[in-house]
Design a protein around this ligand. Structure first.
Ligand SMILES: [Zn+2]
Length: 196
């Protein structure tokens, strides 16, 4: 991994750290130039500490583009039919939009599982949490994804693809049911571990 210099940043620190140089490395030059058309075209772009996302109208529909940090690496994803992520002008444009106008990105409303007190909180919880994060939380408590699908009687292929597709900005109805089921399992595991 390249060592990053400690040069003083010329711009105020971004809440989702990103540089144009780093962004440019993710895309081929042709995609990069086509991205210009979509800069600033995102509807209600959102951010979390390790992710920015936004919906944009493309040639064949509305797509969700995502940039996220995995460790120190920057990853992109999009629900559009681009052959691969390097070819996605929407993800490139999302990053450029953020660099030009970080203030246009609103925080993704996040409700923790333990803060869900009313029915109205449930959809906020579902929106602010990924299936992947819930599976990781279960794994940290010693429950593997294989065990999860066995306990729930869910087809493991469908569960796995719901999780993968969400990472690419695609949400299916089945996804939220999986999330709720995982949240319930976490509740049970926590109760088991709690002394009377
Ligand atoms: Zn795209």
């Amino acid at each position: 991994m390249a060592h990053r210099g400690k040069a003083k940043p010329a711009v105020p620190r971004l809440r989702f750290p990103l540089t144009e140089k780093e962004l440019r490395r993710l895309f081929d030059p042709k995609t990069w130039s086509r991205a210009r058309d979509y800069v600033g075209a995102f509807e209600s772009p959102e951010m979390a500490p390790r992710e920015i996302r936004g919906d944009v109208t493309g040639n064949y529909g509305t797509y969700t583009a995502i940039l996220r940090r995995v460790g120190n690496e920057l990853e992109c994803a999009c629900s559009c039919p681009a052959a691969n992520d390097m070819d996605c002008k929407h993800a490139a444009a999302l990053g450029l939009t953020y660099l030009h106008d970080p203030g246009s990105f609103k925080d993704i409303p996040k409700t923790n599982r333990t803060e869900v007190r009313a029915l109205a909180d449930v959809s906020k919880f579902l929106k602010g949490t990924s299936l992947d994060a819930l599976v990781e939380e279960l794994r940290a408590r010693g429950i593997t994804q294989k065990q999860v699908v066995e306990i729930l009687g869910i087809n493991s292929g469908l569960f796995g693809s719901a999780k993968r597709l969400e990472k690419r900005g695609r949400r299916y109805g089945f996804l939220n049911a999986c999330k709720l089921a995982c949240a319930y399992l976490l509740e049970v595991v926590e109760q088991e571990g709690r002394p009377d």
